[in-house]
Design a protein around this ligand. Sequence first.
Ligand code: PMP
Length: 437
Amino acid sequence: MTQDIDLNQQLFARAQKVIPGGVNSPVRAFKAVGGTPRFVSKAQGAYFWDANGRRYTDYIGSWGPMILGHGHPAVVEAVQRAVLEGFSYGAPTEREVELAEEILKLVPSMDMVRLVSSGTEAGMSAIRLARGATGRKTLIKFEGCYHGHADALLVKAGSGLATFGNPTSAGVPPEVVQHTLVLEYNNVAQLEEAFSLHGPDVACLIIEPIAGNMNFVRASVPFMQRCRELCSQHGALLVFDEVMTGFRVGLQSAQGVYAESIPGFKPDMTVLGKVIGGGMPLAAFGGSRAVMEQLAPLGPVYQAGTLSGNPVATACGLATLREVQKPGFYEDLSRTTRLLVNGLTQAALGAEVPFCGDSEGGMFGFFLLDALPANYGQVMKTSNPRFNHLFHGLLDRGVYIAPALYEAGFVSAAHTEADIAATVAAAREVFETLPKA
Ligand code: PMP
């Protein structure tokens, strides 16, 4: 730090007086890794600048939405045009129909979609709809998957399969999660047991198909196939939470990845967010016509939103979705992302640091472990102090990765091979100084 006064520190002190923890979403506070969060003053392409005017290569991209990089000219133009026409009307617009049509064209498992403003709202609404449409109460979710902070989803595994989960947040009464069953990711035997015990009561199984909230863990193909079969067999809805993976791992999203291995594979409902809003508050959930027509005003399941389908957010989302459909977009993005993961792996191995990584499209993860974990318990075996050392070493060298080891990373179309090479060179230096395991 060359400045005498650290403006990030000053802002953080000021923020902590007026905002709990100084942040509007907990992971931003650097609680896991320690130190002062960087307050962003502006961003462009693959970079952002902090309050001290220091530049960082950004591997978070607003936690996923900024797939084109920051300030893409076509998106900026669409948003500027939309702003001049008004911020919000609370009445329908052509643009939201256009975005719905575009999403349905690209996600053929859905016949209809409803637009909302956050992933939390989309996940919460999808679950209400699944319960309303099936007339059942029980939800199945998996440990390590995050689907937003709706009460029924803030839950960890109970002591056994016959017992339901326990709240992970104060303020959530145990009664509210008593119908939520939390299972181990990628555990087929447990899944089968849960359906044999509770099958007729299960409204839906919600899953992050490639889990980005425990860093990066893929649901195995046999596990996903069993999820699909058991849901169909028991009349439960398979809900894909693609808030993170949607249009991030490929144009067909994660459901397209599984359809490559499981012929005819599709989920019953899909939850989307992040990329479809291009950085504006926008998310969505959708499914078959029969299920979606249970929603108000057609059906008995209530759901609404003052800012839903917001005209500026839909302009941003539409412009973003148009860019990602350009030929070669995901091929290039995947190549850049693989270059990063391979480069980091080589650098770690060179310094004899246990390391493994994985990526799909523009989403990646890595672990200071010899082999990729398959569930949350294995992810949590990663050593925190060593990850924190790596995080701060990279940050000091102008590379911004997620400030917690259980979060995925994101590469944008604006990241160049030179950006990746500079990041790998920085990582090589840090790996050399990493305390031995
Ligand atoms: N589902 C998944 C898979 C997510 O990653 C997130 C947010 N990271 C959410 C839901 C919640 O979305 P939001 O933060 O927009 O409420």
